[in-house]
Design a protein around this ligand. Structure first.
Ligand code: 13P
Length: 256
């Protein structure tokens, strides 16, 4: 029912030239592999979008910015607006990643404003939510995650399923090699969907919920086998075209 989404988040890696080389290496791999049941996306630095746009389009790989300004334009040195991302080739934008929350003091209110900005500019927001290890140890993981979810989507009454993707990324699993167990990840993604259903009814069944945090070719199948996990937001493993292909193949096998 929900097409799996395999989404890379390159973070601050690769130059535009290296990004083009990545796509050139991925092209023959992808063309020899069935992938008609999978959606593919790469979240890249804003500087890369124009360089990647045409090749990515030819491959059927969508592009996402990794952040956007909550403002539409103005005196905000260093910021990148939603319209700039869209004009440069992005169809999606990652919002509220834990690294933005931790290193750039992004509050729930700022994240909510960025979701609204994404919407104004026709970008699908990939909303990241996730608990810290101390929250999980204290038995507060679900509370923390659902509070982030509600805060970020507040005021979006009439939003549609295709305008948002949720990425559940437990902070302690990001870049650590420690993946959440498939059961724990499923439990949280199910709680997220239940919460969405209370406010948005059956629309919740159309919204994709991704897992992120040390997803790799070795653990992807068990995560995708969970009924409420509709794909992955993948950092480290997305930097390597062969690993990204393996993730794509796993999603294709799961969906077909
Ligand atoms: P890793 O896959 O490197 O753990 O990163 C996950 C992530 O933060 C994706 O947004």
């Amino acid at each position: 029912m929900r097409t799996p989404l395999i989404a890379g988040n390159w973070k601050m890696h690769k130059t535009p030239r290296e990004a083009k080389a990545w796509l050139a290496a991925f092209q023959p791999l992808l063309s020899s592999t069935p992938h008609d049941h999978v959606d593919l996306l790469l979240g890249v630095p804003a500087t890369h979008l124009l360089a990647m746009r045409d090749d990515a389009r030819d491959l059927g790989v969508a592009l996402a910015g990794q952040d956007l300004s909550q403002h539409d334009q103005g005196a905000y040195t260093g910021e990148v607006s939603g319209s700039m991302l869209a004009d440069a080739g992005a169809s999606h934008v990652i919002v509220g990643h834990s690294e933005r929350r931790a290193y750039h003091a992004e509050t729930d209110a700022i994240v909510a404003a960025k979701v609204q900005a994404a919407r104004r500019h026709g970008l699908v927001a990939i909303l990241c939510i996730g608990e810290q290890e101390r929250d999980r140890d204290a038995g507060q993981a679900e509370n923390v995650v659902l509070n982030q979810l509600r805060a970020a989507l507040e005021g979006l009454d009439a939003w549609l399923a295709h305008e948002v993707v949720i990425a559940y990324e437990p902070v302690w699993a990001i870049g650590t090699g420690r993946t959440a167990t498939a059961e724990d990840a499923q439990a949280m993604c199910a709680a997220i969907r239940t919460d969405l259903r209370t406010r948005h009814g059956n629309l919740a069944d159309e919204i994709r919920i991704l897992y992120g945090g040390s997803m790799n070719p070795g653990n992807v199948a068990s995560l995708l086998a969970q009924s409420d996990i509709d794909g992955g937001l993948i950092g480290g493993a997305s930097l390597d075209p062969e690993a990204f292909l393996a993730l794509t193949q796993a999603a294709q096998e799961h969906a077909s």
